[in-house]
Design a protein around this ligand. Structure first.
Ligand code: LRH
Ligand code: MN
Length: 383
């Protein structure tokens, strides 16, 4: 089984997956939860330690604000990880009730723009190059505001932010079809994000969050089309049954994840030089967070391994011949291949544990963290 295609493949993990999270009904707390960005990065580094796959940690501003960015950077460095994408936050400020970058009031738009200029400064200090913008703006009632007017204001606001970026900076523009607004979202789909990116410039690309589509959406088609436009900047991987559930990627629909990775492999976009940032965006509301992240990283690796096993020549031949079932079977053969022991062998060959979750449990890290972190306020959504 040739899995050389996995060489150099890495996944970025989100700092917020290690803090407390929940739903509107309950945010569960667990002993040993991180209390600050240093402890979040320490927890995230445990994932890379046992998988060798997760060498970057995304941060969220202001949740991960610190006084000394070089201190945090050195802390990450000592743990063998580096700071990845910087996420802005436009969804927790009363001033943004009617919008932020799309708001009718220029002063509110300016405030939202300045928040991104602050994020760019954070990037300069952390060595990050990806500015990730999820736009939560939207409307709840028809007629509440001008759909066209909001797009024009958005384009202007994004133009100011893009103009303030350094030459090595990228903008990652994330779309979402609903929530926190329910009549319209101002960037509801890949097409709207792409249109804004094309208007901004080459360093504006689309983020595809696998939980941000209407049920039944063929997500791998969108992946193919964004790669075709050379505008697939990043993934926010997770899985869902109904809405933006942010569950462990591949847990709800492993076959969908495989189909997505098959489009990635077909285009060679799994290779580091493709520039696609493979990130997780998840919350572990009830399960242990570090093992949950380890499981997630392994699910993505497994889906990629299976996609690498697709016999591309046989597939192309069957497709050319119009052999419907033959072509489908080529894909299913790869999907139904058990890659677990080959991946364990590959880890062992690299000095990594065959069973990363078991290896993590054996470190006793969670217990010592719980002992060390007694007292203080645990970090979590909004804290
Ligand atoms: C919005 C989102 C976005 C992040 C947030 C944590 O639903 O997917 O990527 O800012 O989750
Ligand atoms: Mn996301």
């Amino acid at each position: 089984m040739n899995l050389d295609g996995l060489d150099g493949f890495t996944i970025e993990v989100p700092s917020w997956a290690y803090g407390n999270s929940g739903t509107r009904f309950k945010v569960f707390t667990r002993p040993g939860g991180p209390r600050n960005p240093y402890e979040k990065i320490s927890d995230a580094a445990q994932v890379n330690r046992v998988t060798g796959l997760a060498n970057r940690v995304s941060l969220h501003i202001p949740w991960d604000l610190v006084d000394d960015w070089s201190g945090l950077r050195e802390h990450a460095d000592r743990l063998g990880v580096r700071i990845g994408a910087i996420n802005s936050n436009l969804f927790q400020d009363d001033d943004y009730r009617l919008g932020s970058l799309c708001h009718p009031d220029a002063a509110v738009r300016r405030k939202a723009i300045d928040h991104h200029l602050q994020c760019l400064d954070v990037m300069r200090q952390t060595g990050s190059t990806d500015l990730k913008i999820w736009l939560p703006d939207g409307l709840n009632y028809a007629g509440q505001d001008s759909l066209r007017g909001r797009q024009d204001r958005l384009a202007e606001s994004l133009g100011v932010i893009y103009g303030a970026m350094d030459g090595d900076h990228r903008m990652l523009l994330e779309y979402k079809f609903f929530e926190p607004y329910f009549y319209s979202m101002d960037i509801p789909d890949w097409g709207t994000s792409l249109l804004h990116c094309l208007a901004l410039g080459q360093r504006a690309t689309v983020v595809l969050d696998t939980g941000h589509h209407a049920p039944g959406t063929n997500i791998e088609f969108i992946v193919m089309q964004l790669i075709r436009q050379n505008r697939l900047g990043a993934f926010d991987f997770n899985s869902r049954y109904y809405a933006d559930d942010d569950l462990i990627v591949g847990s709800a629909d492993p076959f969908q994840l495989f189909r997505i990775m098959s489009e990635i492999v077909a285009a060679g976009a799994h290779r580091p030089e493709s520039g696609v940032n493979f990130m997780l965006d998840q919350c572990h509301n009830i399960e242990e967070k570090i093992p949950g992240q380890i499981r997630s990283v392994l699910n993505v690796e497994s889906a990629l391994a299976k996609a690498l096993l697709v016999d591309q020549e046989a597939l192309a031949a069957a497709q050319r011949a119009g052999d419907v079932l033959g072509a489908h079977q080529v894909l299913m053969d790869a999907y139904e291949t058990d890659v677990r022991s080959a991946l364990a062998d590959r880890r062992e060959a690299r000095g990594l544990p065959r069973d990363p979750v078991e290896a993590f449990q054996a470190t006793g890290y969670a217990q010592s963290a719980a002992a060390e972190r007694a007292g203080g306020t645990q970090a979590g959504w909004g804290a």
